[in-house]
Design a protein around this ligand. Sequence first.
Ligand code: ASP
Length: 440
Amino acid sequence: MSSRIVCKFGGSSVSDARQFEKIKSIIGSDSKRKIVVVSAPGKRHAAETKLTDLFYSVYDLASKGIDFSVPWNLICERYREICRDLNLKTTIGDDLKALEEKLKMRNEVSLDFLVSRGEFLCARIMAEYLGAVFVDAFPMIAFDDRYRVSAESYGAIAESLKDESPVYVVPGFYGKGARGDVKTFTRGGSDITGAILAHAVDAEMYENWTDVSGMLMADPRIVKNPLPIEYVSYREIRELAYSGASVLHDESIAPCRAKNIPINIRNTNRPEDAGTIIGPTPEKANRLITGVAGRKGFSMIYIEKGMMNKEIGFGRRVLGVLENEGLSYELCPSAIDSMSVVVDTHALEAVQQRVLEDIKQQMRPDQIKIFGGISLIATVGHGMTNRIGVAAKLFTALAEQEINIRIIDQGSSQINIIIGVDESQTERAIQAIYGAFVED
Ligand code: ASP
């Protein structure tokens, strides 16, 4: 384990010169902060557009031969403003000019290459401003033909960043595709770059700097002043993925988890806040629950058939129908003669007719129905494991609020209880659960 810390700064943390100054002071305040990963500059205020989205617009227009100067000028102006305000003499103006020329010759620039310039240029400016060493993510991070980060990438990163004395700046979000061209991760992918670097250099910590001071135990739009989460395990954070307001790209957990590297979510605008640590399962949990999160937009496919439990392979064939349609499922509660599969409503809509027909044809059910408008609410915490009365507390709280529970699911690990309620009850259910476990 090296003693270096990898720091990833998200879009809002690099949105203007003032934010760059904050980063300089954050990096300067801890000599272990040696590896910096940046996103493309984000919004300075709600009405603005992130540079990545402007790059997408430019590509869209340029590839149709339409004048792209409006979004393009916004991009150029933003970079120029940052350099001017920081008194830098960087040459990114030349890069932008060359890129513009290429864009005018249609087909010269691929979408991924163009969009990756958001991070590339930001990292170049950051390296100059910090007096750090710029290391490009291309070709250091490479994807295999199944779009996974190749095993060799880790060795290449360790080699490129092996000198422990300098500060390095690496652009997030992209690497080298299987065909040798630039390939981006999915949106928000700079988080993944940071996690991969942390893994490759055996970092002591992966700090993910954003514009919130970590995670909260519930959505603050639903629960008034929810408590911050100081510590959440890698497993719990996966269970809390229902929250919708996730602070981190979900693919950035695994590279850190594989080496037990803690991830610290920090706020660039309030560096004095400790933020949330995501790490290994704790020996002893401080609280009964770590968080409660819910999401609307699920549907339940309900299938009933007499003697279903005797029909070997029934469940596999139902799920096989979903698999054939590329539909993933969230939960699958079953009883002796019935089975329900909970899926994302939006994803189901596109294939609903075929799914129903295939199940009818293959399974010959007595009844098949779809119930829409369901919310799934996950109550999560290692503190619930082997504790008597947890479920009683949860269901009593919901009963007192007269909330009807349509689905119940508790994993055998006992770190989560998932319930399904009508979408209209989501907020009240979350408030009731939070109230019972945290406020009481
Ligand atoms: N710039 C990319 C995006 O907006 C990647 C990132 O910010 O993490 O999705």
